[in-house]
Design a protein around this ligand. Structure first.
Ligand code: F6R
Length: 642
C-alpha cells in the first residue's frame, strides 16, 4: 500500500498479519513517500497513546530506540510537547540498549542521545527514564539485566515499542543468532553493526564490541510494535525480514508472529519488496512508461538476454502478458525500450550544439551553458561525476563548482598536525598554528575540535579541491566554498537546515543564473549530509522558481559514492573512454586527506576512486548487457523536475 498525505491516518494502521497486500509479505507494512511524513504519523500514534493512558490515570510504558531512524519522531514529540501541551508526566520509558562499556557523559552513549533528542525537552520525570547502564561492573551485569527485565514487567510490560532495524536484521542489539525467547542481556556486536556505527565513533576501532540489549522476548512482549526503516540501505534487510522465513539469522523476522506490529518505511526502503520492485509478479499493473522500462530491463537482466532478443514467451512466462497486450508484440516493445535507453546516452552532457535534440537528454541551446555543480563534500564532484565535469569544461561551458560543506570533520588529526607544523616551521610566531598543535597534543576522545582546528581542516580540503578543479580547467573564481552553517557543529551530528543555509545556496544560483545544475541526489538517507544539502538546494529552487531564468534551468541529479541509479531510472548516461577514466582518477587523487584510509570508511574497504571506477564500469556493463554499446565506463544522471 502506498499512501499519500491525504489519507495517511485512515489507512496507516491495520491489524497486523491479516491484510497483507501480497502473498509474499509476512509483516504488515506501510510505505510513505517521505520519512518526515511517516515519522509525524508515528509520533501522533504515540501521543494518542500517552493521552489515552493519561485519561485512564495509568502510566504509559514506552520502549524506545536510538539511532538515526527515530530522530524525527522524537523531534515531533518535542514539538507536540512545546506547542500542543503534550505531557510526558505519566510516561515511563525503557530504552532498548546501550553500548558496553559506555559512560553516560560520552557523546556516543545512548543515554546522551536520548537526553539530547527527547528527555531534556519534555516534562518526563527523571525517575521514569530507564536506559541500560553501560558502566555497570562485569560482576553485576547478569543480575542487572534480570532486574531491567523485571522492572519492565513490574509496570505490566511495554505498551508500545519503537524499533529501528540494523543491516544485520538486528532489533535492539539482538544480532543474528539471538534466541526467540531472549531477555535483556549483554551481547557481542556484529561487525556490520560496528562498521555502521564507525563514522559516529570516528573509526571502527573506537566502536565498543559489546552492548546491553533488551531481548527478542522482551520486545515481543510489547502490546504494540512499530519498526521504522528509512533509505536504500535498509531495503535489502527489510525485504528479507518482511518476505523471508522466520530465522535467527535475521532476528527481526521474529516479529512475523507478533500480532500487532507495523513496519513504517519510506519508498526507498521499500524498493526491494516484491510488490514494489516487480509489481507485475503480484497483480495486474497500470503500465506507466517508467514501469514498462523497469519491467523490460528487469526481464533482460533476469534472463541474461539483451533487450532485442526478448521473445513473446519470455514476457508471458514472467507475468508480463498484460504489457504485451498493450504494446503489441515483443518485437515492438523491445525496439521501443531499446531506443529509449539508447537516447539516454550522450557524450554531450551540456547539449550538442547544432544537433537535432529531440531525442537527446539535453537541449542544444544555448550552445554554451552556465553550469553549477553542487558537491555536498569537497570531493563528491569528481568522485561522482568527474568525467562529466571534465566534458562540460572541455566543451566550453561556464562551469562553476559549489562545495556545500567544509568537510572538515573528515580530515584526520594527523593530517592537520602536519600542516600546523609546517606553518610553525615557516613562521615560529604563528600563534594560531601553535594553539592548534597544543590542542591536538592534549585532545581526548571526548573533545570536539577547536574552531581553529576545524578551520585548518576545512582549509586543507579547500586547497585539495582547488588542485582538482584547476586540473580540470576551472578558474578559481568559479569555485565556491559555501561552508553551509548546518554542518559546522564539529561533530557527526549536524545542526538543522536554516534559512542561512538556504540563502547562501539561493544567492549563488541567482548570481550565476545557471542553465544546468548538477547535485547529489541521495534521496535515501534521511540524516546524512548529502540529503540535507539536497534539501537546501530544493528549498532554494522553490524560492527562485518564479524567476524567469529558472525556466531555462534544468537540474540533473547524480548519486553519491554509495549507490547508483537503477538502469531504468537513468535519463542521461555519459560514457567515458579509458583515458577519461584515468583523468577522473587523477582528479580524485588530489583529495589526499581522503586517500589511503579515510576516516569514514564504513564496511566498504575500497578507496573512493576505486569505488567510483567500479561503479562507472558496472553501469557501462549493465548498458552493454541490455544490448547497448560497450563503453569503458558510464556516469549516470536523473532529471529533477520542479
Ligand atoms: C538502537 C537500536 C538499533 C537501531 C538499528 C538501526 O537503539 O537498538 O537496533 O535501531 O541499529 O539504527 P539506525 O536507525 O541508526 O539505522
Amino acid at each position: 500500500m502506498k499512501v499519500d498525505s491525504t489519507d495517511l491516518k485512515s489507512i496507516a494502521y491495520t491489524e497486523a498479519g491479516k491484510f497483507e497486500e501480497t502473498r509474499f509479505e509476512k509483516i504488515h507494512n506501510v510505505i510513505f513517500d517521505s520519512s518526515n511524513e511517516a515519522s509525524i504519523i508515528v509520533a501522533e500514534e504515540i501521543a494518542a497513546l500517552i493521552n489515552e493512558k493519561e485519561a485512564l490515570n495509568q502510566p504509559c510504558v514506552l520502549g524506545l530506540a536510538t539511532g538515526s531512524s527515530p530522530i524525527k519522531v522524537y523531534e515531533e514529540l518535542v514539538r507536540m510537547h512545546k506547542e500542543e501541551g503534550l505531557s510526558f508526566s505519566n510516561v515511563v520509558t525503557f530504552n532498548l540498549d546501550e553500548y558496553y562499556p559506555m559512560g553516560k557523559d560520552n557523546i556516543q552513549s545512548y543515554f546522551y542521545f536520548m537526553h539530547e533528542h527527547l528527555f531534556n525537552h519534555v516534562d518526563i520525570l527523571p525517575e521514569n527514564i530507564n536506559i541500560p547502564n553501560g558502566m555497570v561492573s562485569a560482576d553485576d551485569l547478569y543480575q542487572y539485566c534480570i532486574d531491567y527485565e523485571l522492572k519492565i514487567k513490574s509496570y505490566g510490560g511495554l505498551d508500545f515499542q519503537l524499533l529501528g532495524i540494523g543491516r544485520t536484521g538486528h532489533i535492539g542489539f539482538n544480532e543474528p543468532g539471538s534466541h526467540l525467547n531472549s531477555g535483556t542481556r549483554s551481547i557481542t556486536l556484529d561487525h556490520v553493526t560496528r562498521a555502521d556505527a564507525a563514522p559516529a565513533f570516528l573509526g571502527i576501532d573506537n566502536v565498543p564490541r559489546k552492548a546491553i540489549t533488551m531481548g527478542i522476548g522482551t520486545v515481543k512482549s510489547a502490546k504494540r510494535i512499530v519498526l521504522l526503516g528509512w533509505g536504500l540501505n535498509k531495503a535489502k534487510i527489510l525485504k528479507d525480514t518482511i518476505e523471508g522465513e522466520e530465522t535467527s539469522s535475521v532476528p527481526a523476522t521474529y516479529l512475523q508472529d507478533h500480532d500487532n506490529t507495523t513496519f513504517v518505511i519510506d519508498s526507498e526502503a521499500s524498493s526491494e519488496l516484491t510488490r514494489v520492485k516487480t509489481p507485475w509478479l503480484v497483480a495486474s499493473c497500470h503500465w506507466t512508461d517508467i514501469l514498462k522500462l523497469k519491467a523490460v530491463v528487469w526481464l533482460s537482466e533476469l534472463l541474461s538476454k539483451p533487450i532485442l532478443k526478448l521473445t513473446d514467451k519470455d514476457y508471458n512466462d514472467n507475468g508480463m502478458s498484460g504489457l504485451l497486450t498493450e504494446e503489441g508484440t515483443a518485437y515492438d516493445l523491445n525496439i521501443k525500450m531499446f531506443n529509449k535507453l539508447q537516447h539516454t546516452i550522450t557524450g554531450w552532457p551540456g547539449g550538442k550544439p547544432n544537433a537535432d535534440d529531440s531525442h537527446r537528454p539535453e537541449r542544444a541551446n544555448p550552445a554554451k551553458k552556465r553550469v553549477i555543480i553542487f558537491s555536498p563534500h569537497p570531493d563528491d564532484d569528481v568522485i561522482s561525476m568527474g568525467g562529466t565535469f571534465d566534458r562540460l569544461v572541455e566543451q566550453g561551458h561556464e562551469v562553476h563548482i559549489a562545495y556545500q560543506t567544509s568537510g572538515n570533520i573528515a580530515v584526520s588529526d594527523e593530517e592537520a598536525l602536519k600542516f600546523a607544523e609546517i606553518i610553525c616551521k615557516l613562521n615560529p610566531d604563528n600563534s594560531e598554528a601553535k594553539a592548534i598543535i597544543d590542542f591536538l597534543q592534549s585532545k581526548t576522545d571526548k573533545d570536539i575540535d577547536s574552531k581553529a582546528l576545524r578551520q585548518l581542516k576545512g582549509l586543507i580540503r579547500q586547497s585539495e579541491s582547488l588542485a582538482a578543479t584547476r586540473y580540470l580547467g576551472v578558474k578559481d573564481e568559479n569555485v565556491h566554498f559555501l561552508n553551509l552553517p548546518f554542518y559546522e557543529t564539529g561533530t557527526i551530528k549536524k545542526g538543522n537546515l536554516t534559512s542561512d543555509d538556504i540563502d547562501i545556496v539561493t544567492s549563488l544560483i541567482e548570481a550565476v543564473k545557471p542553465h544546468q545544475i548538477y547535485a547529489a541526489g541521495d534521496l535515501a538517507d534521511p540524516h546524512g549530509t548529502h540529503k540535507v544539502c539536497l534539501d537546501a538546494l530544493f528549498e532554494a529552487i522553490d524560492v527562485l522558481k518564479p524567476k524567469a531564468f529558472m525556466n531555462d534551468c534544468w537540474v540533473w541529479l547524480y548519486r553519491g559514492a554509495w549507490h547508483e541509479w537503477e538502469s531504468y531510472e537513468i535519463e542521461m548516461a555519459v560514457p567515458m573512454s579509458p583515458d577519461q577514466v584515468l583523468k577522473k582518477r587523477h582528479a580524485i587523487f588530489y583529495h589526499q586527506s581522503q586517500k589511503d584510509g579515510v576516516m569514514f570508511q564504513g564496511d566498504d574497504s575500497r578507496e573512493f576512486w576505486v569505488r567510483a571506477e567500479d561503479r562507472n564500469r558496472l553501469t557501462a556493463k549493465k548498458y552493454n548487457d541490455l544490448g547497448l554499446a560497450d563503453y569503458a565506463a558510464i556516469e549516470a544522471f536523473k532529471r529533477y523536475h520542479f
